[in-house]
Design a binder for this molecule. Sequence first.
Ligand code: BTX
Length: 252
Amino acid sequence: KQKLATSWLGRSFYFFEEIPSTNSYCKTIKMEEGLHGAAFLTDYQTGGRGQHKRKWETSKKQNLTFSLVFCPQRKDGFILLTLACALAVLEAINDLEGLQAKLKWPNDVLVDSKKLCGILTETQFTGNQLEKIIIGIGLNVNQSKFPASLDDYATSIALEKGSPLDRETLLANIFLKLEKRFHQWENYNPRLPRSINKHMIGFGKWTRLSVNGEMLDGKHKFLGIDGTGKLLTLDKDLELNTYTYEQVRVFL
Ligand code: BTX
């Protein structure tokens, strides 16, 4: 088994056999010394949440379901941080032989167009002071069957690889990649958005977008994200456009 080689991330570690949602649990804890980078992992989540009140469903003892809490120096760029975490998960997956994962704007990791991992980032403020960022990660590792509603849409590492794998070793590698990408994010390192764009589905392609719920008729070339995590496009008139995460849906 691979040992945890991080210097701080995941060093505080909390395990729950069963819990409604690790993200919801993290909302209730008070940030203290030593909790920056703490991990909260469960083997069974009964009320897992996705974005916009969607559900995250995961089977017992087969996947990786956890949240990390951060108290960063940096108080902006949370979309970029979410993508940095998705990138770290992708890198750990692509270290496994025979797998080629891709990022899908804004927060998914896919293999063969099927969802392998979802990320839910939540921020908590006291007044206008950022108290913590909670990053919830659900990664399908050894699950071999999905509910009918997700069948065409979800996959797991084991299904893609054809064999199950050790979750602890994978988690240790994810934490290591996460620590490196977190430092890059916190230090505004330009390599981070470049690495994200390199793995982003549809990068450099003409694609359809909707902005503020309205479909744009002209095609836009999808240029990934800029250094702040905003989405960049080039339109037919060669205008460069930047959009925020909330404004845009990308249809690939
Ligand atoms: P999302 O809103 O992008 O994705 C949710 C959608 O994904 C669901 O509506 C469903 O269609 C599909 N889905 C549900 N479960 C799975 C699954 N196991 N595999 C693939 N697709 C699925 C993504 O939100 C963010 C998910 C974060 C989950 C983590 S788990 C730890 C933490 N705690 C918590 O409550 N949420 C986060």
